[in-house]
Design a binder for this molecule. Structure first.
Ligand SMILES: Cc1cc2nc3c(=O)[nH]c(=O)nc-3n(C[C@H](O)[C@H](O)[C@H](O)COP(=O)(O)OP(=O)(O)OC[C@H]3O[C@@H](n4cnc5c(N)ncnc54)[C@H](O)[C@@H]3O)c2cc1C
Ligand code: SF4
Ligand code: SF4
Ligand code: SF4
Length: 368
């Protein structure tokens, strides 16, 4: 039986661990307590003697192929980018939610709708913890959800003096521990494709605390970017701006630096390899292919969110919120825009898979 020692050899030492936290979340929730996340975000042994070699941390790691077939079967995965029952461009009907949202505020509007109608008791989201920094958060109220809306990183004039490395990634799966402790039974999870995949792996095995996750909301993801002091300096040069003038930062088709005096600097993601987490080079999922619903700004008009409906549950929830919490742009009225939008999402998805496959070949292993 393979265990965490093998994850160290096969995933961590090869630079493939993207810190999703799945292994630690399971081992902690079930009270084995052998693992923890280090200060650098990497999983490690907390107490090796507590490891009973159950092998579950190994099996649920998204970088391990063992459960790939079962995970695909679970969500009726089909090529080229997972199940697609429908697509939409939407935004929050409530202006308060819309203005707080990253793109159209759809994720927050949907979560609010589900919470207020008693379909969920809580949601694992990620709230702002400081400039360029977010932390996983178990939201149980309207206020919690609104506080966690958005993804863009507000900055402060003194950002140049920050010395720590900030990251766009938030280890939201770790909040599963909160779910296990507080006995919530119907929880929605918002996260990156790798996190959603780790959760689905747990679901295949039927292990706690993934049984409480009833709705999987995935975010498109081109990569996780680190903003250390050196990276921030290089970005200033590439984008020809100063951090003191920056209002907020967002990732969409490119890195968007919004300036206080108006205007946006666009930096191509291809130019950001120097600040991308190494493991993200081998990741082939752009559109959160294992989610119930996937969301991104790519392909949508400014202030709207592109939505991919993937499972019957996702379709039911989206259709219920439609017209109430969500304003949905009609295919008939914007058919050309829709076609262009979906073509763009498919192109980005394909490009990410191709790059991952090339990088994996170089590394000497086949992409999961
Ligand atoms: C790391 C990351 C990379 C992304 N890359 C792309 C990209 O390349 N292209 C693209 O089109 N879209 C990308 N997105 C998705 C995009 O930024 C929006 O989240 C998405 O369009 C939904 O917008 P919204 O206004 O409907 O959501 P909102 O209503 O603003 O809700 C966003 C939800 O995401 C949660 N959240 C914010 N940050 C994180 C995080 N780091 N980890 C987990 N949850 C988080 C918030 O708590 C909130 O619940 C990325 C998102 C993240 C978090
Ligand atoms: S007890 Fe199981 S889940 Fe925890 S580290 Fe050991 S093998 Fe992994
Ligand atoms: S489960 Fe996630 S955090 Fe753990 S080794 Fe795999 S990729 Fe890394
Ligand atoms: S690129 Fe892949 S591995 Fe990296 S944060 Fe996004 S989903 Fe996770």
């Amino acid at each position: 039986m393979k265990s965490f020692t093998h994850l160290i050899e096969e995933v961590q030492e090869r630079g493939l661990c993207h810190h999703c936290g799945g292994c630690v979340a399971f081992c902690t929730a079930i009270n084995y307590g052998a693992l923890e996340l280090g200060e650098d975000g990497k999983p490690r042994y907390r107490d090796r003697d507590r490891c009973i070699d159950c092998g579950i941390c190994y099996a649920i790691c998204p970088e391990i192929e063992e459960l790939d077939r079962e995970t695909k079967h679970l969500v009726n995965w089909t090529p080229p980018m997972g199940p697609v029952l429908g697509t939409a461009m939407a935004r929050a009907s409530n202006p308060e939610v819309w203005t707080r949202g990253t793109d159209g505020g759809v994720v927050t509007a949907l979560l609010l709708y589900l919470l207020e109608r008693g379909r969920i008791d809580a949601a694992i989201v990620s709230r702002r913890a400081g400039p360029f920094q977010r932390q996983p958060w178990l939201a149980i109220s309207r206020k919690d959800l609104l506080d966690a809306a958005g993804f863009h990183f507000d900055t402060v004039p003194s950002i140049a003096h920050f010395s720590e490395t900030y990251s766009t990634f938030s280890p939201s799966i770790m909040e599963l521990q909160g779910v296990a402790k507080k006995t919530y039974k119907r929880v929605a999870f918002v996260g990156t494709p790798c996190q959603i995949k780790a959760l689905r792996r747990m679901e295949v095995l039927g292990v706690v605390p993934s049984d409480a996750i009833k709705v999987h909301l995935g975010l498109f993801c081109a990569g996780n970017f680190q903003f250390g002091p050196e990276e921030r300096r290089r970005l200033e040069t590439i984008g020809n701006f100063e951090w003191a003038d920056v209002l907020k930062v967002n990732v969409k088709e490119d890195l968007m630096i919004h300036l206080r005096q108006g205007g946006v600097r666009h930096i191509l993601l291809e130019h950001l390899d120097f600040m991308k987490r190494y493991a993200c080079r081998f990741c082939e999922d752009y559109t959160a292919e294992y989610a119930d619903l996937s969301f991104g700004g790519l392909g949508a008009l400014e202030g709207w969110t592109t939505v991919i409906i993937r499972t019957p549950l996702g379709r039911e929830l989206f259709n219920r919120a439609r017209g109430l919490a969500l304003e949905v742009s009609l295919h008939q009225e914007h058919s050309l825009l829709y076609q262009a939008s979906i073509a763009k999402v498919a192109e980005w998805s394909e490009r990410k898979k191709r790059t991952a496959a090339e990088n994996c070949l170089e590394l000497g292993q086949v992409a999961v």
